[in-house]
Design a protein around this ligand. Structure first.
Ligand code: GLA
Length: 425
């Protein structure tokens, strides 16, 4: 990595409408919280208020979901082992919280319409499983579908929204993923709002994860309905799929913020279809996009490399930064090199230099490109965990910071200007 001569230059400031809007949004959110905590912000539907809806996911949810690795092969034993592995691997300590059972846990409804979990795979029932998860300091998530059936043909929730929400609350559910199969004749904003209101009526806060794959432009309406919404079709464990979901999700960066996140789908890290470098890229760019970080691999017996990716606390800190800005491409060089930037709450800038090509490339970063004023800044590499010293971009051509990026790789940096940061409001 090459540096540039240090020239003491003036003040950094946040630049451009992108940042300004986010700071104004943060101020508005703080004002809303103050109003609501003063007692005047209770929403319709009973239960809890809109400020609590933000508090459900002030930063993107993190956890584990069964689908990517296990599909329909879910069971009580598997889920308990995953909860144990989240603790033993150190994942809980770096923020992974939700243990979510995806499709196939449900088999039927009883005479009163109550949903029935698979008695063979979940012989102790869901309450007992939820208790096990809660005892480990984790939270419990379940999956259902807006339509009459789930994507795997299990009973969906259409017409049973209130009843199902009550059941989930009794079981101790903290997170609800709601899918969109068999639902094309329905109206997404209306039908997802039914889940929001049904959950609110129970009085038990649950994160609502909207999963309609971006079909109904959720970035335009889902902020007031759920805490996260899918923007894409299902991810596959391949480089092409990663790129597809990445690009589709990046476009909607303006819709994300505390309490409401774009979801480019769950992680494939560790599932075997990509190289370690590609998984590192996957994790880095999901963090740059403030994406929910739901591990989708077998957490038992992970290799050190996979565990190291999923528990990189410096990259996770970028994802979880309280300013809640979704990073975006600030410069696309047109030959496979992109520069991504995500402003952080302490005034520093997370920067990912991304090489989409199959050969290594030298690439450079200009402070102006990532929204920083000229001047000296301290650089840190978030994968090697090393300080890279002070580098100065004075605005002249020679001062650019140059780095070598491996094929399909990223160099992920935190750039902290030396001049005093503008304090958070
Ligand atoms: C859909 C969702 C996936 C998963 C499956 C389960 O495809 O998008 O994330 O939940 O259904 O059947």
């Amino acid at each position: 990595m090459t540096g540039s001569p240090s020239v003491a230059l003036g003040m950094r400031k946040l630049a451009g409408p992108w940042y300004l809007m986010k700071w104004l949004a943060l101020l508005a959110a703080l004002a809303l919280q103050a109003t609501c905590s003063a007692g005047s912000g209770t929403d319709h539907g009973g239960g809890f208020s809109s400020s609590q809806a933000v508090e459900l996911a002030p930063t993107p949810p993190m956890g584990f979901n069964t689908w990517n690795r296990f599909g329909c092969d879910v069971s009580d034993g598997l889920v308990r082992e995953m909860a144990d592995a989240i603790v033993a691997s150190g994942m809980r300590d770096v923020g992974y919280e939700y243990v979510v059972i995806d499709d196939c846990w449900q088999v039927d409804r009883d005479d009163e319409g109550g949903i029935i979990p698979d008695p063979e795979r979940f012989p102790s029932g869901m309450r007992s499983l939820a208790d096990y998860i809660h005892e480990r300091g984790l939270k419990f998530g379940l999956y259902t579908d807006v339509g009459p059936k789930t994507c795997q043909g299990r009973p969906g929730s259409l017409g049973y929204e209130l009843e199902d929400a009550r059941t989930y609350a009794q079981w101790g559910v903290d997170y609800l993923k709601v899918d969109w199969c068999h639902a094309d004749s329905l109206v997404a904003p209306t039908h997802y709002a039914r889940f929001r209101d049904a959950v609110r009526a129970t009085g038990r806060p649950m994160v609502l994860s909207i999963c309609e794959w971006g079909r109904n432009r959720p970035w335009e309406w889902a902020q007031d309905v759920g805490q996260l919404w899918r923007t894409t079709s299902d991810i596959q464990d391949s480089w092409e799929s990663l790129l597809w979901n990445l690009d589709a999700n990046e476009r909607h960066h303006e819709a994300a913020g505390p309490g409401h996140w774009n979801d480019p789908d769950m992680l494939e890290v560790g599932n075997g279809g990509m190289t370690t470098e590609e998984y590192r890229t996957h994790f880095s760019l999901w963090a740059m996009m403030a994406a929910p970080l739901m591990a989708g691999n077998d957490l038992r017996g992970m290799t050190d490399e996979v565990r190291g990716i999923l528990t990189n606390a410096e990259v996770i800190a970028v994802d979880q930064d309280p300013l809640g800005v979704q990073g975006r491409v600030v410069l696309d060089r047109g030959y496979g090199i992109q520069v991504w930037a995500k402003p952080l709450s302490d005034g520093s800038m997370a920067v990912a230099v991304f090489n989409r090509r199959a050969d290594p490339m030298d690439a450079y970063v200009r402070w102006a490109d990532v929204g920083l004023e000229p001047g000296p800044a301290i650089l840190r590499d978030l994968w090697s965990h090393q300080e890279l010293g002070t580098h100065t971009d004075s605005g002249s051509y020679e001062d650019r910071y140059t780095t070598r990026v491996p094929p399909h790789g990223v160099v992920m940096l935190r750039i902290t200007p030396e001049s005093p940061a503008i304090p958070l409001p």
